[in-house]
Design a binder for this molecule. Sequence first.
Ligand SMILES: NC(=O)c1ccc[n+]([C@@H]2O[C@H](COP(=O)([O-])OP(=O)(O)OC[C@H]3O[C@@H](n4cnc5c(N)ncnc54)[C@H](O)[C@@H]3O)[C@@H](O)[C@H]2O)c1
Length: 372
Amino acid sequence: MRRIEGTRTLVHGQQAMHESGQLQSSKHNHSLTRKAGANLRAMHVLVTGGAGYIGSVTCEVLQEHRHTVCVVDDLSRGHRAAIPPGVPLEVCSILDAERMRAILERERPDGVLHFAASSLVGESMRDPGLYFRNNVGGMVSLLDACVEAGCRRVLLSSSAATYGDPDEVPIPEEAPTRPTNPYGESKRICEQMLEWYRRVHGIRYGSLRYFNAAGASVERGEDHEPETHLIPLALQAALGSGNALRVFGTDYQTEDGTCVRDYIHVVDLAEAHLLTLEKLQATERLVLNLGNGSGFSVLEVIRAVEAVTGRTVPWSAAPRREGDPPRLVASSARAREVLGWRPQFDSLERIVQTAADWMQEHPRGYEREPTG
Ligand SMILES: NC(=O)c1ccc[n+]([C@@H]2O[C@H](COP(=O)([O-])OP(=O)(O)OC[C@H]3O[C@@H](n4cnc5c(N)ncnc54)[C@H](O)[C@@H]3O)[C@@H](O)[C@H]2O)c1
């Protein structure tokens, strides 16, 4: 597999820092450290869904910045092996209000990063109840536990799915939220709940609307079952470890007829969380898009995967999926201005390269827990 000049050094720099504990040896942490490090006192952070893809990478970045972390995850979709060494795990559903109260009471975190959710759009169209129970119901027990334990900072993993089919692209945060599936609706409700808990209980919050999270750190990457995300599926197709890719819709009003999406590197996402936590010391609420601000079509992603792997991605055209908007690209101007956030991985090939590197190192993903 080909490697793109520079990328490996950058992520290796991060690994060296992780092992030696020398913060300054990480190239990709520099912007965060320079802009925000001075004000970032060590915090204790509770991460729900920390055994999942974005949550586990965020735990890694939190540790690198000297914060202490504890994870709550029911392991329904995540992996114990994804949690960084030294981070305690409570195997618990966020739906278990009593245990959540006890955990929050014991941990008394400075902030909660709330990643735990069901997040498959197609599944939500078949079983909306699951999405309202897990995502909305889980948010109720989490927020009530935060109120009781006096934790006043909560960051929600929200989604571009709250916008539905937008009128304008790039999408600004003021755009109307009109979700086209129960998953997006559940996130919109969670955002509204946060606003009410702010007004009634003084909870400060960040609703972080991610676009398409992608890529990997050296140690942690994407291992979903089932996998529905384009980059890992295209990589698996190229490397022969998955089926030929199905491209859903080739007749959209876009340059090449396929859907256009905004891909944001998972480490850049993680760093935005740290900056938001810090910002909430002085601000009560932040609603922010987290994306790169540029869109890539499915065919462009396929070409990037082919460039990185040096292999062809076998694919076939499939019908459009219901509720898939042609174009979802973030305006990330607000996050850049308010947080001073600068995504480090601004090229699609660099993002794909990190995902390919991780997949090469972990061809079967994380070690699976024995079942039964
Ligand atoms: N991946 C993306 O591109 C993307 C885009 C927009 C928003 N998001 C949101 O970001 C968050 C993280 O996404 P991800 O891709 O890392 O998902 P993921 O499925 O890899 O991680 C979610 C984690 O939450 C855990 N979980 C689910 N329900 C739980 C419950 N009731 N109690 C305790 N733990 C529970 C799962 O076991 C899993 O470890 C989700 O809220 C998702 O909706 C993701």
